[in-house]
Design a protein around this ligand. Structure first.
Ligand SMILES: Nc1nc2c(ncn2[C@@H]2O[C@H](COP(=O)(O)OP(=O)(O)O)[C@@H](O)[C@H]2O)c(=O)[nH]1
Ligand SMILES: [Mg+2]
Length: 314
């Protein structure tokens, strides 16, 4: 089942890199174009600042992050006597990069074997499909990957993961119905027995207001810890980026229940609300490991602040 490659992570091919950058750019276009439009041919005056602030709010950057960015920008404009829209846009890019940089963090896959990742989130956020894309990403870096079908709530979810695993030659541990904690417990044992390097466990979608289901998530996490000391090594929340400000509420609630170690933000394509990352950076700075801009396997890639901002404002 495994394709084991012992080589170090291959350098990313320039063509793949260029293709990702162009998909990122077009994915973020709806959020970015309204921000960029403020600067075109504009003189820097109070009206421009006012317009920029409302555009940031419309992009769901949130009141706090918008205020923070505006204060910073006004100060830079005053200090550097910026009069030209293009120059102010560059100052905004710099402020955004500084704000988002703390969210950028590399996933460390070397500190244990297997690295156990537990995935949580509301229904439809993109958990199961992101697991497929992550598995593909890690495999491409020479890792052996195992998946756990921990969404036992919907039979279709298990089938979805199994079918995906079959197509891509990745083993999936699943059970007919039953207890998600038991599935995941078995999967950790299987990953250890098979010497898999990464185990990714799916879970059923749930709302933070469904308290019994949040308790179930805590239990799954506890049981993973019983199957392996120090696991789960990563507890990741998948967020639908088009949810805007509501995503922030989800981060706080899931973090409260699970102590998240990272975020995956999907569906940044086709939304005008990509500003939510800045809100997260201000209010709940949890690493954003990956961002998604589409439904293809390669459309989920590590988050890099500079690259993100350059694509956004290009
Ligand atoms: N456009 C777009 N669609 C996505 C992205 N990520 C996931 N989806 C779609 O979102 C839908 C729900 O995904 P799924 O993984 O089943 O969600 P889950 O309920 O959280 O497991 C599917 O149709 C995915 O193809 C993304 O980055 N962009
Ligand atoms: Mg699912």
């Amino acid at each position: 089942m495994f394709t084991s490659r012992k080589t170090d992570a291959p350098a990313e091919a320039p063509a793949a890199r260029a293709s990702w950058l162009s998909r990122l750019k077009s994915g973020l276009a709806r959020t970015g174009s309204s921000i960029s439009a403020v600067f075109t041919g504009a003189r820097v005056d109070e009206a421009l600042f006012e317009e920029l602030e409302s555009v940031l709010l419309q992009a769901d950057a949130g009141v706090d992050a918008s205020q923070f960015l505006m204060d910073k920008l006004r100060e830079t404009a005053r200090r550097e006597r910026i009069e030209d829209g293009g120059e102010l846009k560059r100052a905004l890019a710099q402020a955004l990069i500084e704000l988002l940089a703390p969210l950028e963090k590399e996933l460390d896959l070397e500190r244990a074997a297997p690295i156990v990742m537990m995935i949580a989130g509301v229904n439809g956020a993109g958990k199961t499909t992101s697991i497929g894309k992550l598995a593909h990403h890690f495999q491409g870096r020479g890792k052996t990957v195992l998946l756990a079908a921990g969404d036992t709530f919907r039979a279709a979810a298990r089938e979805q993961l199994l079918a995906w695993g079959e197509r891509n030659g990745i083993a999936v541990i699943s059970q007919d119905g039953g207890d998600p904690a038991a599935v995941v417990f078995d999967a950790v044992a299987a990953a250890r027995a098979r010497g898999a390097q990464v185990l990714i466990a799916d879970t059923a979608g749930r709302l933070p207001t469904q308290l019994h289901l949040m308790e179930e998530l805590k239990k799954i996490k506890r049981v993973i810890g019983k199957a392996m000391d120090g696991a789960p090594h990563e507890t990741l929340l998948v967020l639908d980026g088009s949810n805007g400000q509501n995503a922030l509420a989800q981060v706080k609630a899931f973090d409260g229940a699970l102590k998240l170690t990272g975020l995956i933000i999907t569906k940044l394509d086709g939304t005008a609300k990509g500003g939510v990352l800045t809100a997260i950076a201000r209010a709940a700075p949890i690493p954003v490991y990956f961002i998604g801009v589409g439904e293809n396997l390669d459309d989920l890639q590590p988050f890099r602040a500079r690259e993100f901002v350059e694509a956004l404002l290009s």
